[in-house]
Ligand binder design. Structure first.
Ligand code: 2IT
Length: 448
């Protein structure tokens, strides 16, 4: 627990009030862990009740989504948007469509997003939203009908200078296109209310690559600064083969690493020749989860239907890019036992708190998601700039800015850690560096 009596008191209150929100409390606990070294040096945090304020979302919008499926049956889903913090810019963060979406998950994501967005250096507040709608197996028509009904409510609560959503799990360019189109029709204005749009609809080149590439750019900075090293010849394992994991695998391979294992909900593929990324992409055209089909083309590869088994494969670098809480303590122990010395989080909060503490205690180079996966929202910020200026940058321009932003995040997080702990603890450093700007803005703006 925390040394600070102030943090202990606020955490006790929050955990009592939101005892049914485990993911949210986990995100707050990780954040307070990092705040422990800061609160006594910054008495204004307690004086101005910053922690009490920062853990409460500024606003939560909840609504019902009614839509008709292809068989004519009327369906009902629950949706929400958590507008967490707007101290440093308009609310910004993705929308998730998945059956397990609830207030705890939207709040944990919105809370993390606040500090992640701050770390990018761009003026974006934190938000997250979603619906307990499962897009798997739905027809194009059903997806469109759902998205339009969803937007018939959400349109009133978003805008290019108010709240700018993007994608997340279950929400890609297709869903964004339908939501953006419906918004545009209702408000009768073309503006940058969504990011991760298709290129023809005003999306930014490089946005679809940004999160995965950013994870590798961040890892490159760690390798350079802490080991005078590169990706060349490293064994990498990546959980998830979606938007983040696939792009991270491609960039890591381009930088000289060998990606020996990847996973999705069907299972794990271990291929000592290096994963055939082109094959995965081709298989994904038919269905989203494909690992069970990989051996039809590469019979020498090994398939294991348990997604968690990926963490037992020997590697140098592990990149969890699938979902929250995918590395529990036993998986962390297996990774370290088998020689893993670096963990870079591509997903949001993929490592549980005790597993994170274990990695840090063992001296593993560990990059928290709010720093390492910030490349996605960073390029979303660049998409907002391009839309506001009514112009488009080239892929090379965007990619160069992304590299610069990821290097900047690494520097800020490492420097904050050195300043407050005298060590290279990127979990503490990223939380403090992300917090400082939000905190400063909250002080400047008075008690709201
Ligand atoms: O978790 C994330 O940073 C995202 N889903 C992307 C958010 C965004 O606004 O691009």
């Amino acid at each position: 627990m925390f040394k600070s009596a102030y943090l202990q008191r606020v955490y006790a209150e929050v955990s009592q009030r939101y005892k049914d929100q485990p993911e949210f409390l986990q995100a707050v606990e990780e954040f307070f862990d990092a705040m422990d070294v800061l609160v006594e040096k910054e008495p204004n945090i307690e004086k101005y009740s910053i922690m009490e304020r920062i853990v409460e979302p500024e606003r939560i919008i909840r609504f019902r989504v009614v839509w008709t499926d292809d068989s004519g049956k009327i369906q009902v889903n629950r949706a929400m948007r958590v507008q967490f913090n707007s101290a440093i810019g308009p609310y910004k963060g993705g929308i998730r469509f998945a059956p397990n979406v609830n207030e705890s998950i939207c709040k944990f994501l919105g809370f993390e997003q606040t500090f992640k967005n701050s770390l990018t250096g761009l003026p974006m507040g934190g938000a997250k939203g979603g619906a307990d709608f499962d897009p798997t197996g739905k027809s194009d028509q059903e997806i469109m009908t759902f998205c339009q009904s969803f937007m018939s409510e959400l349109y009133a609560h978003v805008g290019p200078n108010y709240d700018v959503p993007a994608g997340d799990f279950g929400v890609g360019a297709r869903e964004i296109g339908y939501m953006f189109g419906f918004y545009k029709k209702i408000v009768n204005q073309w503006n940058g209310v969504f990011t991760s749009k298709g290129i023809a609809s005003g999306g930014s080149l490089g946005r679809s690559e940004a999160t995965g590439y950013g994870v590798c750019y961040f890892a490159q900075e760690m390798l350079r600064a802490y080991r005078n090293d590169t990706f060349q010849g490293k064994r990498v394992i990546i959980s998830g083969a979606g938007k983040v994991g696939w792009m991270a695998a491609q960039k890591a391979t381009e930088l000289g690493a060998k990606v020996v294992a990847m996973s999705d909900i069907k299972g794990v593929i271990h291929d000592e020749n290096g994963i055939d990324l082109g094959l995965i992409l081709r298989l994904q055209k038919q269905s989203p989860a494909v690992m069970d089909q990989y051996r039809q083309t590469h019979p020498e590869a090994i398939f294991n239907p348990d997604p968690k088994s990926i963490w037992t494969i020997p590697c140098d670098i592990a990149m969890p890019c699938a979902t929250q809480n995918e590395i529990y303590l036993p998986s962390a122990e297996a990774l370290v036992k088998n020689g893993c010395w670096m963990v870079v989080e591509g997903a949001n909060m993929p490592t549980t708190l005790d597993a994170t503490r274990y990695f840090v205690d063992k001296g593993i180079l560990f990059a928290p998601g709010k720093a390492a996966n910030a490349g996605g929202v960073a390029v979303s910020g660049l998409e907002m700039s391009q839309n506001a200026m009514h112009l488009n940058w080239t892929f090379e321009e965007v990619d160069a800015k992304l590299k610069q932003i990821m290097a900047g995040i690494f520097k800020k997080a490492d420097e904050a850690s050195m300043k407050y702990t005298g060590t290279h603890n990127l979990v503490i450093g990223a939380n403090i560096a992300g917090f400082m700007k939000v905190y400063q803005a909250m002080l400047e703006q008075g008690t709201l």
